[in-house]
Write a protein of this length. Structure first.
Length: 359
C-alpha cells in the first residue's frame, strides 16, 4: 500500500472528520443511556449527518490503512478467549453449531430462490446477495463475476446495518435499562491502556503483525482475520501468554467499525439504487427472520440466553458481533466459534457454487 504526502493528509483529514462526528454522537447516545452507545451512536450519527448534509459525504471515509489495524487488533482479542478451560465447554457447542450450519444453508436457499424465481436475478448475482456472511469475499467475487457489483454490496450493507442497529435494542427490550448500565460498567471495568506493561503492548502489536504476515506467507484465506485469531488462540490456549482486553481499544474499535458502516450507508443515493433497495430489505428480512426463529426455538429448548445465541447466529459481521459480545458481557468464544464456522463454510462453498453458476 503506497502513500503520497497529499494522500496521507487527505486520509487523515477524512478520518478525523468522520471520527469526530462519531465521537460526538456516541457521547450523546451514552448520555441518553442508549445501548452500545459507541457503536450505535457512531453508525447512526455518521449515517445521519451524511444523509442530511450531502456536502459532508466526501469526507465521511475510514481509510483502509486505518481500518485494517483495528481489525487485526480485534482478531487478537478474539484469540484471548480461547483459553485451556474452553475444552470443557466446547463439546456443548456441537449441537448449536450444527443447527447454525443447517440454518445458514436454509436461509441461503430461501433468499436465492426469492431473487432468482420472483425477482429474476441472474444466478451468480443472486447467490452472492443471498449468503449470510463473508461480505468481503462476496464483494471481491462480485467485482470479478457480475456487472453490478454495487448491488451485492448494497444487499450485505442493508442486512448488516439492520442487524446491528436492532441487536442493542433487543438488549434494552429483553433485559431492561439495567442491562445497558451493566454493559457500560463492563467496558469501564476493563483494564486501561496505562495498565499494560511495555512487554504486553509489544506482544499485542507483535501478534497483530506476525499473525497477518504468517497467514499471508502460507496463503491462508482472510489473513487479516484468521492469521491473528489462530496465532493468538494457539498461544492463549497453550497458556504461553495472557493478554487483557483494553477498554480504550474496544471503544476505538466500536467507533471505527460503526463509523465505517455509517459512512458507507451515507454514500448511497436512494435515486440510484431505489430499484434494488426494496429487494435488499426483503431479502434481509427473510434471512434475519429465519435466524431469529431458530434462535428463539433454541432458547426455548435449552438454557442458553437468547441474546447469546442470537449474537452467535446473527447474519452480520464477525467483528461487529465480537464487539457486541464483549460489551454486553456474553461468552465471546461461543459467539466467535459459531461465526468462524459459518465464515469458513461460506468461504469454502462460495467458489464451488460460483463456478457452477458460471457454466
Amino acid at each position: 500500500m503506497q502513500f503520497s504526502g497529499k494522500t496521507l493528509f487527505s486520509d487523515l483529514y477524512k478520518i478525523i472528520c468522520t471520527l469526530s462526528i462519531a465521537f460526538m454522537c456516541a457521547y450523546i447516545f451514552l448520555s441518553l443511556n442508549i445501548p452500545a452507545p459507541y457503536f450505535l451512536g457512531s453508525l447512526i450519527g455518521v449515517w445521519g449527518i451524511g444523509a442530511c448534509i450531502s456536502r459532508t459525504r466526501p469526507v465521511l471515509v475510514i481509510a483502509k490503512w486505518f481500518y485494517l489495524p483495528v481489525i487485526l487488533g480485534i482478531s487478537v482479542l478474539i484469540g484471548t478467549n480461547f483459553t485451556p478451560e474452553i475444552l470443557q465447554t466446547a463439546q456443548k457447542w456441537l449441537v448449536t453449531v450444527s443447527i447454525m450450519i443447517m440454518a445458514t444453508i436454509c436461509v441461503t436457499i430461501i433468499a436465492f430462490q426469492f431473487l432468482t424465481r420472483v425477482k429474476q436475478y441472474e444466478p451468480k448475482q443472486a447467490f452472492l446477495c443471498s449468503i449470510p456472511g463473508g461480505q468481503a469475499e462476496a464483494l471481491v467475487m462480485a467485482r470479478e463475476m457480475v456487472e453490478k457489483d454495487y448491488v451485492v454490496a448494497l444487499f450485505h450493507l442493508v442486512r448488516v446495518s439492520i442487524v446491528f442497529i436492532s441487536t442493542p435494542l433487543f438488549l434494552l427490550v429483553i433485559e431492561g435499562p439495567e442491562a445497558i448500565e451493566r454493559s457500560n460498567v463492563i467496558l469501564q471495568d476493563m483494564p486501561n491502556i496505562s495498565d499494560l506493561s511495555l512487554f504486553q503492548a509489544a506482544l499485542f502489536i507483535g501478534l497483530c503483525v506476525s499473525g497477518y504476515w504468517i497467514a499471508r506467507l502460507i496463503r491462508m484465506p482472510m489473513p487479516h482475520l484468521l492469521g491473528p485469531i489462530f496465532l493468538s488462540s494457539i498461544l492463549h490456549f497453550t497458556g504461553i501468554i495472557e493478554l487483557p482486553r483494553i477498554s480504550e481499544f474496544v471503544i476505538i474499535a466500536q467507533m471505527t467499525i460503526g463509523a465505517s458502516v455509517g459512512a458507507r450507508l451515507a454514500q448511497i443515493s436512494l435515486l440510484e439504487i431505489k430499484n434494488v433497495l426494496g429487494d435488499a430489505f426483503i431479502t434481509s428480512g427473510l434471512i434475519i427472520s429465519t435466524y431469529l426463529v431458530v434462535a428463539i426455538l433454541i432458547t426455548l429448548i435449552s438454557d442458553v440466553a437468547f441474546l447469546s445465541i442470537w449474537l452467535a447466529f446473527v447474519p452480520g459481521g464477525l467483528y461487529e458481533a465480537t464487539i457486541l459480545a464483549i460489551i454486553f458481557g456474553f461468552d465471546v468464544a461461543f459467539v466467535v466459534f459459531h461465526h468462524l464456522v459459518r465464515v469458513i463454510l461460506i468461504f469454502v462453498s462460495m467458489p464451488i457454487f460460483i463456478t457452477k453458476f458460471s457454466k
